[in-house]
Design a protein around this ligand. Structure first.
Ligand SMILES: C[S@@+](CC[C@H](N)C(=O)[O-])C[C@H]1O[C@@H](n2cnc3c(N)ncnc32)[C@H](O)[C@@H]1O
Length: 250
């Protein structure tokens, strides 16, 4: 198996593939002041197995396009939507977020939890703007520095992983300079990482290794995930995901 197939195998049984939480998705909805009864068109980009898609479908009167470039994740999402009686509100789209087949001003809301980093925050904010109606909302979570002084080990790690990581004020400036007015922001609390994401991930390590014959490649993936978890435990006061809510200007 290729590494990406192993990673997919490790993550696809989980409710979410990154830090987040239902309460935090609802908090973002409140800050966005979204009318829960108005008919809306929403794109959830980098939806994974659908933690946010399913909640939005449940809470809103919306038609949601759930986008991910991994078909396996979308199939899990479809199964979950069916079990929850939400299939009619959700259509899946297997496609890369840098090549979306959307029309200009097609959506009222673009939602993306823990995924915009895949094309980079600034590029996503700029590229996705045209798919939003004027007055439409962008809601994205993005890895963010919480402190200006930072330990060098941590700085070096993230400069290697995602050089676009930055402080909140810089992320907000990117929104302001690219056709949005920021209307809300908050930081994902620790339980979104430890209880909602890392704990279920760790609980799945043993089965994952067994399924994959305890191969060297599978063990390397578990080792990398464990290192990421240790780094978070050590330095969690310095970084988290920021949730950014912004309205498209006319
Ligand atoms: C950290 S996960 C977050 C998933 C989900 N939003 C959540 O919060 O549980 C990032 C997601 O982005 C997807 N992804 C990565 N690169 C992508 C791309 N270029 N186009 C579309 N999806 C992508 C991954 O398959 C994965 O599902």
């Amino acid at each position: 198996m290729e590494d990406y197939e192993l990673l997919m195998d490790l993550h696809k049984g989980a409710n979410r593939q990154g830090p987040g939480g239902d309460a935090e998705t609802e908090k973002a909805l409140s800050l966005a002041m979204i009318n829960r009864t108005a008919p809306l068109r929403i794109a959830d980009i980098g939806c994974g197995t659908g933690a946010s898609t399913l909640l939005l479908a449940r809470l809103l009167n919306a038609q949601i396009t759930a986008v991910d470039f991994l078909q396996d994740f979308l199939e899990v999402l479809e199964g979950r939507a069916e079990n929850m009686g939400l299939s009619e509100r959700i259509s899946t789209l297997c496609c890369s977020m840098d090549n979306l087949p959307f029309e200009d001003e097609e959506y009222d809301v673009i939602w993306s939890e823990g995924a915009i980093y895949n094309i980079g925050f600034e590029r996503g904010v700029i590229d996705w703007n045209r798919y939003l109606k004027v007055g439409g909302l962008l809601v994205v979570s993005e890895i963010t520095w919480l402190t200006a002084p930072r330990p060098s080990e941590l700085q070096k790690h993230w400069e290697g992983e995602y050089p676009e990581i930055d402080v909140t004020s810089s992320k907000i400036r990117v929104l302001e300079e690219n056709g949005y007015t920021p209307i809300g922001y908050f930081v994902l609390p620790e339980h979104c990482w430890s209880e909602n994401y890392y704990r279920p991930l760790q609980d799945g390590f043993e089965d994952f290794l067994n399924r994959n014959g305890n191969s060297e490649e599978a063990r390397a993936i578990v080792e990398t995930e464990n290192q990421e978890i240790q780094l978070y435990k050590k330095y969690k006061t310095h970084y988290s995901y920021g949730v950014y809510i912004a309205r498209k200007l006319g």
